[in-house]
Design a protein around this ligand. Sequence first.
Ligand SMILES: [Ca+2]
Ligand SMILES: [Ca+2]
Ligand SMILES: [Ca+2]
Length: 401
Amino acid sequence: VGVAFRADTRFPSRIRTTYPMAPGTMTQNSLRLATLAALFSLAGCTGDTVGTATETTGSETDTSSSTGSQTTTTAGTSTTAATTSTGTTGTTDETTSTSSTTSGGPVCGDGMVDAGEECDNGADNADDAGCTSECKNASCGDNLVWEGTEVCDDGVNDGAYNGCAADCSAWGPRCGDGEVQIDFEACDSTDPFSGCKSDCQVASSCLDLKNDNGAAVSGVYTIQPAGLNELVDVYCDMETDGGGYTFLKASVASDQTASQAETFCQNNFNMHLLTPRTAGHMMSAFTVATTENVAPKGGGNVIASVDYLGILAIYPVMPGTSCPDMPFNSTDCPEWQGGDGGVFYVSDMGMAGEPSNKNCAGCSLIYDWNMDGTLNGYQATNLKGGGKSASYLCDVGDKVP
Ligand SMILES: [Ca+2]
Ligand SMILES: [Ca+2]
Ligand SMILES: [Ca+2]
């Protein structure tokens, strides 16, 4: 028997529709509704002025149907029992509404355990409580976390990586448990300077770290440049130009050319000789060079010195040409470029006769700095591979303005 029912507004939303249906297709809800309708009828709502409300074969006008009539057709085409009811006045509809509500109904949330329900705590039903919003007893495996009783519940609970333990009492191994599961993680640490990112992989550069954690502050970090099989300590400037500049100090036994320095940075750390990119980066490099921070590599003993800026990865685009007298940066001197072909910045002040055209491919100028961070001078030379220094800075080079 098909039953169409107009739910009251105070019923849960799940039945706030009419249910036209074919015979033999009773759903759980329709069964409840049929039962409700039967009870409604048995309750003898004789005083009800709305006859259609008790007609189990009929339908009822929705109170929202202000036009006063509504046609409801059963879904089954074989039964032509389409019924039509004509709405009554709004006043009697209101009466009907009240009548059907007070008759109650077996629904989840009414505080009574009805057929098909395992529990019903009324308003206390919740997906994080002992009785769920579907009136099921909370259990480990239902993919709902029973607050105060379960720590987790992923529905599988096989204790696998990033999963929940079988008894829902604890998380399984995962990123954030402080232990390294080597099949999945390279690190697992909450130490902000460990270089361990939020995905339990080691950062490849200071920029990589900054991108992972925008709140990261400047300091010495452990990173693992791409392709390098070991960890290395570097100084990260996490403020200048948005942060993410990487510095590694190289202090070696004897003076090296830019080419030799580049080889040292690459072979040992998969890094490059520093190319300062902006005025801020240049000043940052000066501060790092002249301050004791990260321990230098290469066996030398220079801890802090302007000598770290004696050579830089800035080379002539066309050896033999230059921009004498012009401020030495990409904008004013496009005859020179960074080691990767990108922009560079050393100064916004020109210097008489420099950088001269006495330069050569892969040869750095030799830079002389004052202790206050100002540039005393630089000189191009094509002798013995250009400028040389036993101290210099390596950089990952991925931070480009
Ligand atoms: Ca119930
Ligand atoms: Ca659960
Ligand atoms: Ca872990």
